[in-house]
Structures are given as C-alpha cells and as structure tokens.
Design a protein around this ligand. Structure first.
Ligand code: SF4
Ligand code: SF4
Length: 407
C-alpha cells in the first residue's frame, strides 16, 4: 500500500471558533474541522483528490513548477485591458496619470480601436480561446465613449462569448452614458471612493479643486436604479492620509445600503516596501474585517496571481502598444508588441519566461502567490533593498478572512 504524506503546500491556522482550517495552495482547496479528525470530515480518498494528502514519493516541487507553468500557458479564457484614453477629467494628487497632464498622447483613435479589435480576434483564433473578458481603462475611459462603443459593437458581432467591465472615476456616468453602456452589454463597474466627502474631495477633484463625492454618489444611484444586471465594485485606495477615514466611509455606505449591491476592493497604493507599507497592510486587514462584519462582499484582488507571465493577459495602450503589466503601461521599453504586428517581440518572451517562484519553492503559499510581483521586486532592488518583496503575512491574513466561518 502507498504511504501518504501531508502536502507541503498545505497551510494551517486556527479559526476563531477553535476550528483548524487547512488551505492547499496548489489546488486552492479548503478544509475545516478538528485537526486530529480529518477522516470524519472527508474520506482519505477525498483528501487525496483535493491534494491535502499526497503519495510519499511524490515530488511536490516538480508538481508545483509544472502546475504554475501550465496555469500561465492556459489560454482558454483571454483577458485584456484596453486603455481607451490616457486623459483624465480629474487631477488627483496621487494618480500615476496626473490627470493626463504629463502625457502627450490622449485618446485612442478610431483607427487604433479597429486595429485593437482585429488584433484581439487574431489572438483568440491563434490561442483557441473560448472567451474574452475586456476591461475599459484609462486615464478616464468614459472620456472616449465613442471608442468604447466602437470596440464593443465590433466584438459583440464577431466573438460569441465576450464580457466587459470598466474602471472609472464615475463622474461622467450620467443616465445617458449608463444607457449606452447597457446597449453594448457593459454592466460591470469599478468606481473609486477614497473617503467621506471632505477627504475624498481633497484627493479626487477637478483641476479647479471642486470635489466629486456628491456627483459620484448621484451617478451610482442612477446606475443601480437603471441597470438591473449591474455588478459594482467600490474601490478604496488606502494610504497614510486616509486610513483612519475609511472605516467612517464604510459605515456611511452601510447606512446607505451599499452592501446590498456593491462589493469592496481595498488597495494599498504603496508599491515599494517600507515601514509604512506593513503598517498600511495591517490597516487594510482591519478595514476588510469591518467591511465583512457590515455585510459587504469583498473582492480579494491580492489573492490573484501575477499576470505578467500569463499568456492569457494583455494590456493595450491607446497608442496600440501592448504590455503585460498594468504598472508598466506607457513605458515603451517594456512593450511586448503592437496591434499592428501579428507576432510579439523579444520582450514578450523575456516577461513570460520570468519565474519569480524559483526562490519560493518551499513556501506553503507558493501555489497561490507564485513568488509575488516581479515589478515590486525590481523597484525594491533599484533602491538597493533586498530583491524579494514577500507579502506572506498579509496573504495569510487575507486567506483567514476569506475563509473565516460566517459569524
Ligand atoms: S508584475 Fe506585479 S503589478 Fe505587474 S502584473 Fe505582475 S503582480 Fe501585477
Ligand atoms: S513571495 Fe513570499 S509568500 Fe509569495 S511564494 Fe514567495 S515566500 Fe511565499
């Protein structure tokens, strides 16, 4: 009979209710129950099927490498962010786009929109993908509604299974625009609120300093009233300036019954590792816990793997250059191709061949985190700090929160 062993990619913790929770990062399975009594929860066969128990002689490190490479080569479902505008109607002080003021280019042209559609269709055929998920992005994407409509109308005619979402500041989301979005089958929105009115308005404002809080809330009200299929994520960018205010915002949104129709995505905006960063990450966990207690759904974006090495992920900038990482869009030396070319360049091969997990093979979370963010590592290295940025403690806290039994 084969001897079995506990998988090295199991991670275990005690939940509040004296239950032991085990998460397997290779199979993303979860097991909850008394530690000594797994057989009463699941049969040995099921524990093997779910990957908690593995054959004694199994080389799990090899299995991990194969499974991460397989995941990155899987092109069954393609995802693409299209930056339809690098312009913005706001001048948020912390924004990477600086209200578009630092950019020479602005909106995607109609010609680039047509070429984007052609390139996507070529990619779908070449990779035998079954579906496409497309995110309209900016700058502020609603500044280029004509291109959004052009791309979606073309794709709706040519691709059987395509879905859309948009990351917008929400300011231009008038009833007329909502109707136009519904017509092209766009129902998923991510809209940012960075605090209660005064704080939000100090960070997310027009060039003349006027705030946007009230107009965004009014537009959200129209959105959820008009579109019965709407899916809404409220994003909150958290840093040292607003972390104390976010719980107040959460309670306000709860009183306004947002938890009935909106999920939350709470992000730290600090890319480099520092004392501030670990402080903020602890605050993110406290805030997510409060959000969960208030009944909000949580979008656990940080539990997703890096897209750079995946052959199913692309970002197309308004000028037609293609990238693999949202934080590199616009840095032309990192472009991996163009919508004018059928093939990728050498930079594509370099990026998809990265293996940040190579230094993490013994980590229980390697199947989930797959070695973290190569871009963060690069920034940290450039600052002369240790190359690897490891967020294990944070990921662990997110997992605990995600799989915590409901109160
Ligand atoms: S390199 Fe970092 S920022 Fe870029 S896609 Fe990967 S995880 Fe995201
Ligand atoms: S970066 Fe940290 S958490 Fe991620 S796989 Fe490596 S050691 Fe584990």
């Amino acid at each position: 009979m084969n001897r079995m062993k506990w998988s090295r990619y199991n991670m275990q913790w005690e939940s509040d209710q004296d239950t032991i929770v085990t998460y397997n990062s290779l199979n993303h399975k979860i097991l909850q129950g008394l530690k000594e009594d797994y057989r009463s929860i699941k049969s040995v066969e099921q524990l093997c099927l779910d990957g908690f128990l593995v054959k004694d002689q199994l080389d799990e490190v090899k299995l991990l490498k194969e499974s991460l490479e397989f995941r990155n080569q899987d092109t069954n479902s393609l995802s693409c962010w299209v930056f339809v505008s690098n312009d913005c109607n706001l001048t948020c002080p912390y924004c990477w786009e600086q209200g578009g003021l630092l950019k020479k280019e602005t909106n995607m042209s109609m010609e680039n929109a047509r070429k984007t559609v052609d390139w996507l269709i070529h990619r779908i055929v070449k990779s035998a993908a079954k579906e496409l998920s497309l995110t309209f992005m900016g700058g502020e994407p609603l500044l280029n509604m004509e291109v959004i409509k052009q791309i979606a109308q073309q794709l709706n005619q040519k691709i059987p299974k395509v879905s859309y979402d948009i990351i917008t500041n929400g300011v231009l989301l008038t009833p007329k625009v909502i109707e136009e979005c519904m017509e092209i089958n766009l129902h998923s929105y991510q809209i940012t609120l960075d605090g209660t009115r005064n704080l939000h308005d100090s960070r997310r404002c027009f060039a003349d300093g006027e705030g946007t809080f009230d107009v965004i809330l009014k537009n959200i009200e129209s959105l959820v009233t008009m579109d019965e299929n709407v899916s809404l994520v409220i994003r909150m960018n958290i840093d040292m300036q607003n972390y104390k205010n976010i719980p107040i915002l959460l309670r306000l949104l709860h009183r306004m019954e947002f938890h009935r129709f909106a999920a939350l995505c709470i992000n730290d905006t600090i890319l480099k590792d520092s004392g501030q960063n670990s402080f903020i990450l602890k605050e993110v966990i406290h805030i997510l816990r409060l959000a969960k207690e208030l009944g909000f759904q949580i979008a656990y974006g940080e539990l997703n793997h890096c897209w750079m090495m995946s052959e199913a992920w692309f970002m197309i900038n308004q000028d037609g250059l293609i990238y693999k990482c949202p934080s590199l869009v616009g840095e032309k030396e990192y472009a991996v191709g163009s919508i004018r070319d059928a093939e990728f360049n050498k930079e594509y091969q370099r990026q998809i061949s990265l293996k940040p997990w190579d230094t993490c093979l013994s980590c229980e979370l390697a199947g989930l985190c797959s070695g973290g963010c190569p871009n963060r590592d690069k920034i940290q290295e450039a600052q002369g700090q240790p190359k690897k940025v490891c967020r294990k403690q944070y990921l662990m806290e997110l997992l605990k929160l995600k799989y915590e039994p409901e109160g």
